[in-house]
Design a protein around this ligand. Structure first.
Ligand code: CA
Length: 282
């Protein structure tokens, strides 16, 4: 069975645009323009993945997601407005595997879909290799005119927090990776990383981190005592087969060290020369 994706988006032009791009990638696509229709279709069919806009007439996307989770769990990627932080948090808590912020570049959406299929859609595994091969094509189109900007400013709104919200396997130590569940916290000495509140404190004092820094720290903490390569960190933090240099990881590590190690006189993040980084429990 091929990959079958339900696109739920009330902006019909955007829905059609996404449909065309997905079909071009070889996916089967169906569309729904409101929440009620989406729920009916999702109940009646077996979709591999659902792209679900939050702002919908009738039932909103979060309600659709909650009902689906109860009755027919299907991996969902949410489409959210740029500043709807609460929507993202509620969406991930309600079981969405990822979200993407509008306006987005189509190749980012395609990359998120590939990751979601790989991590969350068992049925899609046989299509996996095909889709990965296509990744190069998708990426080489980045600067072409296939960016949907919905009448707003064009550009990619990559938001690190969502990219790996459903952390999954990436090779070296997938067995140790836990999915975040509401209520989950990680601690290291006096440092506490509170996943549901998206908050980090040291001795009770809050440390301001960007989404990517937070994600990086969370990834290291949930893999305590395991050395993570730059490639692995990059995939977790950037959420997909990032085409840039892995030294972007060193930059985030440096920011974290400034905000935590230097600020509190500790040595939390250790460099393993030639390999990567690790946080050790002791
Ligand atoms: Ca909408």
């Amino acid at each position: 069975m091929g990959v079958k994706i339900l696109v739920v988006e009330d902006e019909e032009k955007l829905a059609r645009f996404i449909e065309l791009e997905l079909r071009h990638e070889g996916y089967e696509v169906e569309k729904a323009f409101d929440g009620r229709a989406a729920l009916d279709m999702a109940m009646a069919n077996d979709y591999t993945l659902i792209l679900l806009d939050i702002m919908l007439p009738g039932l909103n996307g979060l309600e659709v997601l909650r009902r689906l989770q109860m009755d027919k769990p299907t991996p969902v990627i949410l489409l959210t407005a740029r500043d709807a932080v609460m929507d993202k948090v509620s969406g991930l808590d309600a079981g969405a595997v990822d979200y993407i912020t509008k306006p987005f570049a189509i190749e980012e959406l395609l990359a998120r879909i590939r990751v979601a299929l790989k991590l969350h859609c068992k049925d899609a595994s046989e299509n996996d290799s095909n889709n990965v091969v296509n990744a190069d094509n998708a990426n080489s189109d980045i600067n072409s005119n296939n960016t949907y900007s919905g009448g707003m400013s064009a550009g990619t709104a990559i938001d690190g927090a969502g990219a790996t919200a459903g952390v999954g396997s990436t090779g070296i130590n997938s067995n140790h990776v836990k999915r975040s569940v509401p209520g989950e916290t990680y601690t290291w000495k006096a440092l506490v990383l509170d996943v549901p509140r998206h908050k980090v404190t040291y001795n009770g004092k809050e440390i301001e981190l960007t989404n990517r820094e937070f994600l990086m720290l969370k990834t290291l903490l949930e893999n305590m005592d395991i050395v993570l390569s730059r490639d692995t960190l990059l995939e977790r933090v950037c959420g997909y087969e990032y085409v840039g240099e892995t030294n972007v990881i060193d930059v985030y590590i440096r920011y974290l060290r400034t905000k935590i190690d230097e600020a509190y006189g500790v040595k939390m993040i250790q460099t393993v020369r030639g390999v990567g980084y690790v946080i050790k429990a002791n």
